[in-house]
Design a protein around this ligand. Structure first.
Ligand SMILES: Cc1cc2nc3c(=O)[nH]c(=O)nc-3n(C[C@H](O)[C@H](O)[C@H](O)COP(=O)(O)OP(=O)(O)OC[C@H]3O[C@@H](n4cnc5c(N)ncnc54)[C@H](O)[C@@H]3O)c2cc1C
Length: 385
């Protein structure tokens, strides 16, 4: 299991739930390849739709890649600007998170977010941002430097105001995944972990044998094109590394998530101040660069001098699945009858996992969905001749 603040703050029994595995079965009605947040929530909505005989395969543990190394941010309003016509899906995923919160305890909180402005240019862009976000149906307001100071009294770097998103949320991805995995096992979903899928066709072959699948759902994040290449279909998804760090726990310092033009920062309920969010085009190179961690730490210290003398608990990185046209790829795999894909969510995969899981479960069980998914269609990327 990789390192991140989520694993450091996860009670042992929940950590164990991410690693419990059974043998690969010989067949399953639904095989989900990839036990990240998208795969897990697909399994969840399949069970909600009454499906059974479901197997989730992952070469690592549950949450072993991007879904265990992110910031846990649910920035519905702030990211709705990038989602454009997909904002109906953002609203749906927000509603699904509210429903999940009623069933599972995963530290879902709504601290709100301050997108800080430091230059007059940034400050002058606030009203346009607010208008676009409000038009998409989300709350945002332009606030002054004085108001920023009132909302975040420990923030020391002078600002020129901020865009305030009062409804932005965050969660503990480890808690959600562990509780989902536990619930799914109770529903007799099989988790075959430490199992690498080597080829998807003509049947699913792994390093631990073959599994025959009624329907296959590929949720392998940044690795998706490597797996679907055998089908002559290679969506332009590539890894985009992101680095984060967290300090040792300190007393209450930050009320909101704060975002600068470079990085973002938030405080966990356990007291750690976490931050970062670099975008590094370095392929599948694992680890963290000192230059990146220093930039994050220097900005954190400048914003919050009271944190400067605190040591770091951990620094980590993960591979966001970035799709060339900046939209996820969700739907039927071109040229296949019973194979679906859900990948390429880049910076929004945790936020969009519930709605993606719901879409995939509906497509896999009913062959259709009412949700607006046309622009996510995998067939926008053609089969290789
Ligand atoms: C630093 C950072 C910060 C982020 N912050 C946020 C945020 O605040 N909010 C947000 O919404 N999103 C955020 N993201 C993005 C988010 O983490 C991803 O979009 C999301 O986790 C992708 O989920 P996934 O299930 O598609 O992929 P992954 O979580 O990467 O899961 C894919 C799984 O497939 C498995 N796999 C791959 N190939 C094979 C194979 N051949 N056989 C078997 N298994 C295989 C892998 O082991 C892995 O477990 C962040 C990402 C990073 C790196």
């Amino acid at each position: 299991m990789q390192d991140s603040i989520w694993f450091r703050t996860l009670p042992r029994e929940l950590r164990d739930s991410l690693q419990q595995s059974t043998e690969l079965p010989g067949d399953a009605s639904f095989v989900i390849v990839g036990a990240g947040m998208v795969g897990l929530l697909t399994a969840y909505y399949l069970t909600e739709a009454g499906a059974n005989n479901i197997c989730v395969i992952d070469r690592s543990t549950v949450l072993g890649e991007a879904s265990g190394s992110n910031a846990g941010g649910l920035w519905f309003a702030q990211q709705s600007r990038e989602m454009g016509t997909l904002s109906s899906l953002v609203k749906k995923t927000r509603q699904l998170y509210e429903e999940l919160d009623e069933r599972f305890d995963f530290d879902l909180r709504k601290p709100g977010m301050l997108q800080l402005c430091f230059t007059s240019k940034e400050a002058s862009q606030r009203s346009t941002i607010v208008k676009t976000v409000n038009k998409a149906g989300f709350r945002a307001e332009s606030i002054s430097a004085k108001q920023v100071g009132e909302l975040e009294p420990k923030l020391q770097k002078p600002t020129r105001g901020a865009v305030f998103y009062p409804d932005e949320g965050c969660l503990h991805p480890g808690r959600l995944a562990a509780r989902l995995a536990h619930y799914l096992r109770e529903k007799e979903v099989t988790f075959a972990l430490g199992v690498t899928v080597e080829t998807l066709a003509p049947q699913i072959e792994t390093n631990q044998g073959t599994i025959s699948a009624g329907t296959t759902i590929v949720t392998t994040g940044a690795w998706t094109p490597l797996l679907t290449e055998v089908l002559n279909w290679r969506p332009p998804i590539k890894p985009m590394r992101g680095t984060l760090m967290a300090t040792e726990p300190i007393r209450h310092t930050l009320n909101h998530t704060i975002m600068t033009p470079n990085f973002y920062y938030w405080q966990l309920p356990e007291g750690h101040i976490a931050g970062g969010g670099s975008v590094e085009d370095v392929g599948f190179r694992r680890g963290v660069d000192e230059k990146t961690t220093s930039s994050i730490r220097n900005e954190m210290n400048e914003l919050l001098p009271s944190v400067a003398r605190r040591s770091e608990t951990c620094c980590w990185s993960g591979f966001r699945p970035y799709c060339e046209d900046a939209k996820p790829v969700v739907g039927l795999v071109p040229g296949q009858k019973n194979m679906f894909v859900g990948a390429g969510h880049f910076k929004k995969g945790i936020m969009m996992a519930p709605v993606t899981g719901k879409i995939l479960a509906e497509l896999a069980t009913q062959g259709k969905t009412r949700l607006a998914i046309r622009s996510l269609s995998p067939s926008r990327f053609r089969l290789k001749k």
